[in-house]
Design a protein around this ligand. Structure first.
Ligand SMILES: *Cc1c(COP(=O)(O)O)cnc(C)c1O
Length: 400
């Protein structure tokens, strides 16, 4: 189907789905696909989980939206749950990952101005992805995302990923810095996992310099890495955390969660969102978190994610062209020695939905409820495709 009335911002595959259940999707012709991308790390508890569907059905017939002119009971209930799960203090609700990061960036600037820093700056990382709004694309470490949209928003200082020394250098030389915004696994940047001591090091630098430690957990949060939040692998709590993707199990909702001094910065009128935290979206997130906890979804993500990496490593060990299999929990990547976007279509033809990030990294981000048998189906189908792809002669250099 052509889509002549839709702006051409996406290179879409020519399929459309009509139904989903668990890790499976069906297209218009009734063909079944194993979903190993989960709507880009969104469908954490799988498609149409019965508990999510029931909660939404109930809420839709009760109350959908009232606005933030009034108290919204489900917002407080959801915020309390997020604070309990994260050990943090207060939440602002929005509708997407970019908005959650916008909120974090505004918090950082507000914090700076309170300290009489007139031009507050935020440290950001190379190869990061924070969203497509003007501030978040400026924070993003990718020229592709920024090109054509200059002038960029100022107030960002960029350092290499996973490099504490570079952050220390900035701390020593730039007195305008008030915060750092980081991903612990760079999902869009090629599934790059930080070293185990990185977060602790960042915490120390932030404490020594009175910076806010802000984590973009839009992709890593809600169990994706095998813990409810990625930072929980490292025994360190951030001051600010951005969430979205998995939070609503498919219903749009974002959250900016803050702790301590960062939690009480905003006052009435300093930030807002018409749709942020509707009863409908909050009921979806509450149901999703309920399932995550009650059905031990994080534990499953840890176990099955480990199984995926182990079997991929074993099966691809002798394959020339495979550089590395890496990841954490259910966010995994296979780095090849060449651009491999063509694999997405080949996988689709075989009934597998995957994606390629950073040009040469095959990414698996399946629903966190995927079981070992389904994981084996995925690996056993993808490995021959990857081998076949790598045996093909490299295509002639693209014409300029
Ligand atoms: C997807 C993503 C975003 C952007 O989220 P949107 O909901 O598309 O605005 C921001 N940060 C990270 C790490 C992401 O993966």
């Amino acid at each position: 189907m052509a889509m002549p009335h839709i702006m051409e911002t996406y290179g879409r595959l020519p399929i459309a789905f009509t139904r989903g259940e668990g890790v499976w999707l069906w297209d218009r012709d009734g063909k079944r696909y194993l979903d190993a991308i989960a709507g880009v790390a969104v469908n954490a508890i799988g498609h149409c989980h019965p508990k999510l569907v029931a909660a939404l059905r109930e809420q839709v017939g009760t109350l959908i939206h009232t606005s933030n002119l009034y108290e919204v009971e489900l917002q407080e209930k959801l915020a309390a749950k997020l604070c309990e799960l994260s050990g943090m203090d207060k939440v602002f609700f929005c509708n997407s990952g970019a908005e959650a990061n916008e909120c974090a960036i505004k918090l950082a600037r507000y914090y700076g101005h309170k300290k009489n820093i007139d031009n507050p700056a935020v440290v950001v990382l190379e190869k990061s992805f924070h969203g497509r709004t003007l501030a978040t694309l400026s924070a993003t470490g990718s020229r592709k995302v920024q090109a054509g949209f200059e002038p960029l928003v100022s107030g960002f200082v960029r350092v290499p990923f996973d490099d504490l020394e570079a952050v220390r250098k900035v701390a020593a030389s730039n007195k305008n810095v008030v915060a750092i915004l980081a991903e612990l696994v760079q999902g869009e940047g090629g599934v790059c996992v930080c070293a185990p001591g990185y977060l602790k090091g960042l915490r120390e630098i932030c404490d020594a310099n009175d910076w806010l430690l802000m984590l973009d957990e839009v992709q890593t949060g809600i169990g994706r890495t095998g813990k409810m939040f990625g930072f929980q692998h490292y025994g360190v709590t951030p001051d600010v955390m951005a969430l979205a993707k998995g939070l609503g199990g498919g219903v749009p909702i974002g959250a900016c969660v803050a702790k301590g001094k960062a939690a009480s910065l905003f006052t009435p009128g300093t930030h807002g969102s018409t749709f942020g935290g509707t009863p409908l979206a909050c009921s979806a997130a509450l149901a999703t978190l309920d399932v995550m906890v009650n059905e031990k979804v994080c534990e499953n993500a840890t176990e099955v994610g480990e199984h995926i990496r182990t079997t991929l490593r074993r099966q691809l060990a002798e394959t020339p062209g495979v550089k590395e299999v890496r990841g954490q929990g259910m966010l995994n990547g296979i780095e090849l020695d060449r651009p491999c976007g063509d694999l997405v279509k080949a996988a689709m033809d075989k009934g597998m939905l995957i994606n390629v990030t950073a040009d040469n990294v095959v990414r698996f981000a399946p629903p966190l409820v995927m079981n070992k048998g389904e994981a084996d189906t995925l690996v056993n189908s993808m490995v021959p495709l990857i081998r076949e792809f790598l045996q093909k002669p490299a295509p002639a250099a693209a014409k300029a």
